[in-house]
Write a protein that binds this ligand. Structure first.
Ligand code: HSE
Length: 399
């Protein structure tokens, strides 16, 4: 029997407990798994296994029989200190904590390698969607060119409500909160920070060097209006919060709302669902789709990592390593290239004198013109719009 502990009995942690309690994974893990400790600052006097709860982290750290620990506390501290101590003690750790992986990933992975233990984090991106393991192993024969994803369920729910039900941003956010999708303080989701950390993790895996989330240009969806949604529809697009990363000579990564062509596979990804398009040089384009959040989808990914770790109990562990990136590894946003949707109060003549072959959408807002440019660098684009009276712009993702 292999002993496993859980740190944090919140939504995901309790899901991990329930899945392991309700199933026998002996065949998959090649060993029976038993949860012997749950760390939480709260009391659970009605819990059928109330005796396995502890408030003292040392009970887990100092139990030499605890082989694997699921860190489902979230946040940076004390999750970082706990994870580091556990790995240094030679225990395997699996986690759903994207903030921790995106911030301290290189250091924690290096300790895991040194101690020949696992630090696994399938649940940190895309909840229950298998994406980390496929990128680490199934796609190993490919050079990854590009990652394009809807990485946040809350914002996708809000945008879907705006698109399909004509609700404005505030109403859609309220609805997301009432449905339990958005936190009372929703800023990490709606400002794009959650998606940014997930994109940083995927980019680091894809290209082997640590992509620091602080180097990723990040814009949220708070400025998106119903008028923008209508412009998009008229021009053949839907608005999505997109995590976009590609590697040419340099890496380029950005989280921002985008006009997504209705012909692009991500356009049909609605509500709280997530999807990630990965382009490999031999595979071509592949899309991973599913539930990016929620108790059981996320917990199922954590449990899969526990099983993986237990299954290889006496083996040399396959490790992930994120080397530091060279200074200047990230392409400047002004050198990135795409099309842009622009709204302004200028005449068509003025617009035509600046932008060749613009595609116009008239009649959405009185005394305002919306148009899509051809492809150009963001630097050139920003220079051109200086002479216009621009009321907003959104980048465009073509099919
Ligand atoms: N708040 C996140 C989301 C949860 O809405 O996708 C999963 O990371």
């Amino acid at each position: 029997m292999v002993k496993v502990a859980i740190l944090g009995y919140g939504t995901v942690g309790s899901g991990v407990y329930e899945i392991i309690h309700d199933n026998d994974f002996t065949e998959q893990a090649l060993n029976p798994i038993k949860i012997t400790h749950i760390l939480d600052i709260r009391d659970f006097p009605e819990h059928p296994e109330k005796d396995i709860f502890t408030k003292n982290f040392d009970d887990i750290l100092n139990d030499d029989e605890v082989y694997c620990v699921a860190e489902t506390m979230g946040g940076l501290h004390p999750a970082y200190e706990f994870t580091k101590s556990l790995l240094e003690k030679g225990k395997n750790v699996v986690t759903s904590n994207k903030e921790l992986v995106a911030t301290y990933g290189p250091e924690l992975l290096a300790i895991a390698k040194d101690k020949n233990v696992n630090y696994l984090f399938e649940a940190s991106v895309g909840g229950g969607i298998p994406i980390i393991k496929p990128m680490c192993s199934s796609l190993m024969s490919n050079k990854i060119d590009k990652i394009v994803g809807i990485l946040n369920g809350t914002t996708n729910f809000i945008l879907t409500e705006m698109i399909n039900k004509n609700k404005d941003f505030d109403e859609a956010l309220k609805n997301a909160q009432e449905n339990g999708y958005a936190e009372r303080n929703p800023s990490a989701d709606i400002e794009g920070h959650d998606a940014c950390r997930k994109l940083a993790i995927l980019s680091s895996i894809a290209w082997g060097n640590f992509v620091d989330y602080r180097d990723i240009v990040t814009e949220g969806i708070t400025a998106i209006s119903l008028e923008d949604v209508k412009y998009a529809d008229k021009l053949g697009y839907v608005i999505k919060l997109i995590g976009f990363a590609e590697k040419k000579q340099k890496i380029f990564a950005r989280v921002s709302p985008m006009f997504v062509s209705k012909k692009y596979p991500l356009a049909g990804v609605e509500s709280v669902f997530n999807a990630i398009v990965v382009k490999g040089n031999y595979l071509g384009t592949s899309m991973f789709y599913g539930r990016g959040a929620g108790k059981f989808p996320t917990a199922s990914a954590v449990v899969a990592d526990i099983i993986e770790s237990v299954r290889h109990i006496n083996a040399k562990k396959a490790y992930i390593e994120w080397k530091p990136s060279e200074p200047g590894y990230m392409l400047d946003i002004n050198e990135s290239v795409c099309k842009y949707f622009v709204k302004c109060t200028n005449s068509r003549e003025q617009i035509d004198s600046l932008f060749d072959n613009a595609e116009f959408a008239d009649g959405v807002v009185e005394n305002e013109t919306g148009f899509i440019t051809t492809q150009m660098t963001e630097g050139d684009f920003k220079e051109k719009i200086k002479s216009l009276n621009v009321t907003g712009f959104i980048r465009v993702l073509e099919a």
